[in-house]
Design a protein around this ligand. Structure first.
Ligand SMILES: *Cc1c(COP(=O)(O)O)cnc(C)c1O
Length: 361
């Protein structure tokens, strides 16, 4: 049998493992931070009508500039942004890949602050970008001083912030992002995949874009928008950044069906985001009740909760899975991560966990 190592694969890909969050279809799926509420029926009907219309011209290539979608996304984001400021792709993972293809790559580096999104280093290695890391402060925060010290020491070409951070739920202050921008001549990339779940008072890096042409803020429709299966991620930046991304994307990378579906969903933004407040209340409930069970949950600005004081995370993961409940073992000692689901899903998870006597002390 041929193994990967028998192939003339790139040397820098030898020995790597692909993204591999288990994709088990069980009763309660709280492992990859999806919105567990389905898209409302009336919105599905409108999306289907738009996709049906797109099918009548599907013999032609789609709008390469996905102008209507970029206009819809700019209108959703506000902050004076125009279609020229927007880029989109098949999930924000592809958006991140475009950014590293254009601004990272062989001979260049990206600095990040682990623990952070597991796809960030994978996209770095796929694009040949050197992955540099720096330590966070207490409680997983990143002060401006900590960011500046890491930038001065490592001189990265690209800096990744994940705000709120996956898997910890920690916000990153606008002060830290602005300070990092001033300390580098490279790209500062802020992944705001979970920002819709954060308190409005935390702000968004979108408010920093004006006058900062090397700042890039990415978002996704996969989480708050309940649209993970459609694969739509996007970013806002200076139009010159968008021009750079046109150099690396494949032509017609967003299908006409994807564009039609996303425009349809964005036309119903309030309905699509209707469950966000409910998810936030389940998240806060998780923090409260996990603490009552003797675990050490972290405050979260996202739709998931990281909790520590788990004696044997892998054992808990397996025992919950055997009961049809999947959460995430992120490989962090004595920690697990759980997505805030519906009230019933969250209750089922908490009840099952309570019976496991799984705390370390
Ligand atoms: C889930 C997630 C994304 C979303 O990726 P998509 O490709 O848009 O589905 C992006 N960034 C972070 C930090 C995430 O956790």
């Amino acid at each position: 049998m041929t193994s990967l190592n028998d192939l003339p694969i790139r040397d820098d890909l030898r020995g790597l493992t692909p993204y591999g969050a288990p994709q088990a279809h069980v009763r309660v799926e709280l492992n990859v931070n999806e919105n567990t509420h389905p898209v409302p029926e009336p919105v599905i009907a409108e999306i289907m009508a738009r996709m049906a219309k797109a099918l009548t011209t599907i013999n032609r290539y789609p709008d390469r500039e996905f102008t209507e979608l970029r206009e819809s996304l700019a209108a959703y984001l506000g902050h004076g942004l125009k279609a020229a400021n927007i880029w989109a792709a098949n999930g924000s993972n592809e958006v991140i890949q475009h950014v590293l293809q254009a601004f990272g790559g062989p001979g260049r580096s990206v600095l990040a602050f682990p623990p952070t999104y597991s796809m960030h280093p994978i996209i770095a290695s796929a694009t040949g970008t050197t992955w540099l890391t720096a330590q966070r402060d207490e409680g997983f925060h990143i002060s401006a001083e900590t960011a500046l010290a890491a930038i001065a020491e490592q001189k990265p070409d690209v800096i990744f912030f994940c705000a709120p951070n996956n898997p910890t739920g920690t916000p990153v202050s606008l002060e830290t992002i602005a300070a990092a921008y001033d300390a580098t001549e490279g790209i500062v990339f802020v992944d705001e995949a979970y920002v819709e779940f954060a308190p409005v008072s935390h702000g968004t890096a979108l408010s920093l874009l004006d006058g900062r042409p090397r700042l890039v803020v990415s978002r996704t429709m996969s989480k708050a928008f309940a649209f993970a299966g459609a694969r739509v991620g996007y970013l806002a930046a200076d139009p010159a950044v968008v021009d750079a991304l046109r150099l690396v994307r494949l032509p017609y990378h967003l299908s006409a069906l994807t564009q039609a579906a996303a425009v349809g969903a964005l036309a119903h933004t309030p309905a699509m985001l209707a469950m966000v407040d409910e998810i936030k209340s389940q998240r806060d409930r998780l923090v409260h009740e996990l603490a009552m069970l003797g675990f050490t949950p972290y405050e979260s600005s996202a739709n998931f909760v990281l909790f520590g004081n788990v004696a044997d995370p892998h054992d808990v993961f397996e025992k919950l899975l055997a009961q049809g409940i999947i959460i995430r073992d992120i490989g962090m000692t004595h920690h697990l991560r759980v997505t805030a689901g519906t009230e019933a899903e969250t209750s089922e998870f908490l009840a099952a966990l309570a019976l496991l006597n799984a705390t370390l002390v």
